[in-house]
Each structure stands twice: as structure tokens, then as C-alpha cells.
Write a protein that binds this ligand. Sequence first.
Ligand SMILES: CC(C)(COP(=O)(O)OP(=O)(O)OC[C@H]1O[C@@H](n2cnc3c(N)ncnc32)[C@H](O)[C@@H]1OP(=O)(O)O)[C@@H](O)C(=O)NCCC(=O)NCCS
Length: 231
Amino acid sequence: MFRHIRSDIKAVFENDPAARSIFEVVFTYSGLHAIWAHRIAHYLFVKRWYTAARIISQISRFMTGIEIHPGAVIGNRLFIDHGMGVVIGETCEIGDDVVIYQGVTLGGTGKEKGKRHPTIGNNVVIGSGAKVLGSFRVGDNSNIGSNAVVLREVPESSTVVGNPGRIVKRNGERVGDRLDHTKLPDPVIEMFRSMQDEINQLKAEVARLNKEAEQPAAQEPEKMPVGGGEG
Ligand SMILES: CC(C)(COP(=O)(O)OP(=O)(O)OC[C@H]1O[C@@H](n2cnc3c(N)ncnc32)[C@H](O)[C@@H]1OP(=O)(O)O)[C@@H](O)C(=O)NCCC(=O)NCCS
């Protein structure tokens, strides 16, 4: 229990450069309060005291703005920064060393039954406002960009951004179908290039014709003077 509390506080210092003292962290970090309340609620949930678990979860939501269903399974050193608006669903599983910012939803699509919320691997960062919806896995060491809407499995060590979410980086390398804006075709330049090619061809043709026109005159033999000579 105390080991958990110590590592939760340590996670705050590791992830938030604004954290100053243990006293400040313990009394003012709503993410920590939500996680501690969740540990009690989850304990009651596992013991099948569902209503008591939900009551604790709702009191915690009222105090912190963070709603974690008591059934969610949360690993070690989760850090919820700012927290307001975070929703974590019942069948969600979260690994170790995960960072979640405000406005994140780890929810269902409304189409699935049973396990309907995501499984988040270890060492994952989920940016503010991101929605991760469905019963798939987000692989270890992945980053979900703020405001991304993720609807499919995310492989390990990937960065996903946008709506719908797409992988833009894998193992540190850029991937995907994003256009390289420095290499976009420019239709005006293309048109000038093709006109220049045509002009060069026409110039070569004119030069050839001029040469041909000059050649017969040059080859013509010198004409004899017409008429008799003097005397
Ligand atoms: C996604 C994130 C974690 C960075 O991960 P990363 O693997 O280091 O990715 P990069 O910064 O190299 O970005 C990769 C590409 O995704 C783009 N990108 C990054 N975050 C994005 C986002 N949220 N939405 C759209 N595109 C984004 C980058 O512009 C970059 O595009 P480019 O390759 O065309 O230049 C970070 O951008 C992010 O969103 N962090 C959340 C932070 C947050 O919520 N803070 C709230 C504090 S209160």
C-alpha cells in the first residue's frame, strides 16, 4: 500500500516539471487523488460490493473531474496530469508508467459487449483530448497525439495522430501516407518546363532547315560569264 503511494508520488515528479514538493503533490494533484480513490473502489468492486464501489468512484469524480470505473485495472505509476474530463471505462486495462492528460476517453464504441474498452500497454503517453475507443490494444511505448481518435489496434512504439487516428511514426521512423510538402508537384513550373522543351525542339528544327536551304547554293558551280570577250 505505502509502496504504491510512494511510487505514485515518484511518477508525478518524473513526469511533471512543475511539481515542487511532496506536500504540494499529495495535497493538490487531483490525478493522484483519483488513482488512490480508484484503488479503494476497485478493491470493493473485486469483492462484489458494486454499489459501494460506484459511490466511491462518483465521489472521486465529483472531487477531481476524473471518472474511473471501479472495474478498470490500472498498473503501477499511472500519472494523470490535470485530469479534468478523463473517463476510463469498466473493462479498460492500463499497464505501468502510463501518462494520461486531461480530456482523454478510454471508452467503448457502443457496438461491443463484454470487453469493450481498450488495453493500454506500458510506457504509453495519451495526449489531451484523445479518444481511444474499442477493445483493442495500444502497444508498449506508443504515443497517442492530443485530440487523436483511435479506433484500431496500435502496434508497439508507434505515434498515432489525427481523426481517425493514423500511425505517423514507428520505432522512431516516419511512416504512412502523409505527403512530403517540399516535394509536391507544381503544375505551373511543369507547364513552363514542357513549353521550354517544345521551344528548344522548334529552334533545332529551324536551324536544320536553314542549314539545308544554304547548302545547295554553296554547292552550285561557278557560272561561266555569258557573252563574247572584248575584241
Ligand atoms: C504525439 C506526441 C506525443 C509526440 O509524439 P512523437 O512520437 O514525439 O511525434 P513527433 O512530435 O515527432 O510528431 C510526429 C508527427 O506528428 C505530428 N503531430 C504530433 N502531435 C500531433 C497531434 N496532436 N495532432 C496532429 N499531428 C500531430 C507532428 O507534427 C509530426 O508531423 P510531421 O512528421 O509531418 O512533422 C505529442 O505531439 C503530443 O500530442 N503530446 C501530447 C501532449 C499533451 O497532450 N499535452 C497537454 C499538456 S497540458
